[in-house]
Design a protein around this ligand. Sequence first.
Ligand code: ZN
Length: 154
Amino acid sequence: MQRVIKLRNWFAQSRKNRILFLAVIGCMAGIGAGYLYFHNPLKYPLPCLFHVITGLYCPGCGAGRASYNILHGNFLTAFCYNPVMVFLLPFLGIYFVTVAADWALTGKNHVDKKINPKILIGILVFLLIFGVIRNLPFYPFRLLVPGGLAEVLM
Ligand SMILES: [Zn+2]
């Protein structure tokens, strides 16, 4: 607990400390993206625990393959693997960059207070519905399995 307080004080001390911390996080994200860029999930799949246990697709299934294809500029292929992720990723990126910039400059999070909770609940409900309908075994829902949209889009 004392370490958390020390860390909080270290961040509160100066903008420079917060920017340094975000630079470290950015480097770690870059290393993760670099790993994913060279780690083809078609050859070396990243298994989904939910899919392994249940045999069903979760809302995130296909996200690794979609991310790999986004990093290689293949947005349509990425969309075929996980359309919801490809749609939500820019908004998530804008959110994280905005929160990080706000925190780096002010030391506080003013962004979350401006987001209507109904939007977050709506996204959660949408993800749950997507997770259910992508497991329905008949047309057109069977197109929502990872890679299924390639049948009609490619
Ligand atoms: Zn999954």
